[in-house]
Every structure is written in C-alpha cells, then in structure tokens.
Design a protein around this ligand. Structure first.
Ligand code: FBP
Length: 330
C-alpha cells in the first residue's frame, strides 16, 4: 500500500494554518489531543464487537436516552485525554449533566463542548458514528470557569471539528480559517491531509431528513420537505440520503452539497439535536466552508445558549438549500 508520505500530517498543516493566523501554539496541542481521541476511539469501535462492548449498559443519560457501552467509553476517553491538560479548564459533554473540570487546570484558557459519540443508534449495526467538538476561549479571567463561560454563541468558537468513524476514520476541523480534512493511516496511527480547504458545493447533492417523523411536523415543514422529495425546489433536484448519524450525514453534505435537516415538531418545537456540542460546532464548520446553518428562523451561530443541553431545530448545508428551506418555513 503506498502511503502518501508527501502529504502533510495534522500537526504540520495546523502549524501552517496557525502561522498564517499568527495564533498561539495552545490550539495545536488541543487539536492534537482530539486526534488522539480519534485514534483511541477508532480502535475501541473496531474491537467493540469482539470484547462485548456493543449494546446498552441498562442506564440512561442526562438526556434520558439509553446509554450504550461505547457512549461511556467515548466520554471517558475524552475526559482521560484532557484531564491534567493545563490548557483546558472545563469540558461540557452530551453524556454529563454538568461541566467536568480537568484536575489542576483552573488557569486553562480553553473550554470544550463535545458530543463524544454521535449516532449511537448506529453502533450495533456497524453504521457511521462520530465525535463532535467545539473549542471556546474562556470569558472569566481565571479560576473554575462559571457556567456562563460555556453559554456562548457558536460564532465565538475558536475551533470546531468532527471525527467520522466509517470505512475510514477522518478528522475534519477549522480553527477559523479553511476547513481541512485528514484521513487516518491506521498502520502508523497518523492523520494525513487528504481534503484541503473543503468548500461545500451549491446546487447539487442530497436532502437528508428522517421522513418517518412527517406526521409530527407542522404543515409548513411537511410542505417544505415534500418539495425536496418531489424535486420541486428552486435550488435544484436532490437525492434522498439519511445515515442516521449527524456526523455521517453532515460529512456527505459538506463534500457533495445539499441539506441536512432535523426540524422541530409540533409537540417538540426545539427538535432533538443539541446546540452547544452538535449544531453549533457543525454550523461553524459549515459556514467556514461556504455553507449555512439555521434553526429555521435565525443563524445557528447567533443563538446564545440558555443551558448546556439546549436543543434547536437544525437546517445545515449549502447556502441555497438552507435559504430555500428557511423561506418555505416562514
Ligand atoms: P446522538 O446519537 O449523539 O444522541 O445524536 C443524535 C442522533 O443520533 C444524530 O446523530 C442523528 O442524526 C439523529 O440522532 C438521528 O435521529 P433519528 O433516529 O430520530 O432520526
């Protein structure tokens, strides 16, 4: 197998980006720690079936969702990698009700918001799953960061990324500049740059939504999705694709164009997906790649969270697709 040794590794590319952005070195350390999370979880996921780590633990998380063994392993891996990490003073996670404060890091300047294992429903069927993360700068001067430090709009993110565990393991991130994609060469445990400066295409791709929820939507949402399904949208014809994992559906949308939607429902107007560690980081990446992210009425990046696990509807993808979806909802 020829390894593309002429490709840049994650660190080399990041240092190039940072040199251009005249940024400090701290972010490269945090990003390299997430590449370690990716390598560790890729290995855990590959072995889960052999060591009885698939399936449920019999407990529920703060979201009142059944917890899978890999949910716990993923969250523990993130905490383990960032514990005693002097740069990170607090971690918010889908799997934890409150904030985790890495030991001895009260003076750290970064905050992490993370969905350690997105797409849990795909775990037992060898489907795509992922890790989503966002990095904020603390607002408080020092000491244990107050909850308010986490309640920042995604436009304040200084970096965001995701790791996709599928036929290959990819890490896609932006530190405010270009969106770069790296593929893991498992034989040497190194991420190599394979998708430099990703730009989301316009006028092509797929629409991605769980249409089984149609009866739960209001009339405008039903009509909007029907327009995509019947290829009657102004933005052009779209194929239908739904992986059941936000990271997988977003990655395809980012590379091929189109729109991912998780609309609000009549009885659950905020929908299912969480603002701080799912919609915000992916919306930040999408905008940096030339796309758009909305909750149906306003840009995701402008929404100030009122609590760690706040949910919002999500319309994410090519500018033209998102604009038309929002217009049809108004
Ligand atoms: P978690 O698995 O992290 O809870 O994420 C929610 C999620 O699995 C998304 O990844 C996915 O897009 C969506 O829920 C699927 O929801 P549904 O099964 O209702 O279509």
């Amino acid at each position: 197998m020829t390894r593309a040794m002429n490709r840049l590794t994650l660190s080399e590319q990041f240092f190039r980006d940072q040199a251009l952005a005249h940024a400090s070195g701290g972010m490269s350390t945090v990003l390299n720690r997430f590449s370690l999370v990716g390598r560790m979880l890729a290995s855990e996921i590959m072995r889960a079936g052999f060591v009885g780590k698939l399936g449920y633990t019999g407990t529920t998380n703060v979201q009142d969702e059944d917890v899978r063994a890999l949910d716990v392993i993923s969250n523990d891996t993130v905490l383990q990698v960032f514990d005693s990490m002097p740069l990170v003073c607090g971690i918010a996670s889908e799997e934890m009700e409150g904030v985790h404060y890495p030991s001895g890091s009260e003076e750290g300047k970064y905050l992490i918001a993370c969905d350690p294992l997105d797409g849990s429903g795909n775990v037992d069927v060898a489907g795509q799953i992922g890790t989503i993360f966002g990095v904020y700068r603390r607002r408080s001067a020092s000491g244990k960061p107050p909850l308010d430090d986490f309640l920042q709009p995604a436009r304040n993110l200084i970096a965001a990324g995701y790791i996709l565990y599928g036929p290959c393991t990819m890490l896609v991130y932006t530190a405010g500049g270009p969106v770069n994609g790296f593929t893991l060469d498992r034989s040497i445990g190194t991420f190599f740059l394979t998708h430099p400066n990703i730009r989301i295409p316009e006028g092509t791709g797929s629409y991605s939504v769980n249409e089984a929820n149609e009866k739960k939507w209001d009339a405008k949402t039903q009509a909007m999705v029907r327009a995509f399904r019947q290829q009657e949208t102004d933005c052009g014809k779209r194929a239908a694709r739904y992986a059941g994992a936000l990271v997988g559906d977003f990655h395809r949308t980012l590379l091929k164009g189109g729109i991912y939607m998780y609309p609000g429902e009549v009885k659950k107007p905020s929908g299912k997906l969480r603002l701080l560690y799912e919609n915000g980081p992916l919306g930040f990446i999408c905008e940096k790649a030339g796309g758009a992210a909305s909750d149906g009425t306003q840009p995701i990046l402008d929404i100030v969270p009122n609590e760690l696990h706040q949910r919002t509807p999500l319309f994410l993808g090519s500018k033209g697709d998102v604009a038309e979806a929002v217009r049809r909802l108004s």
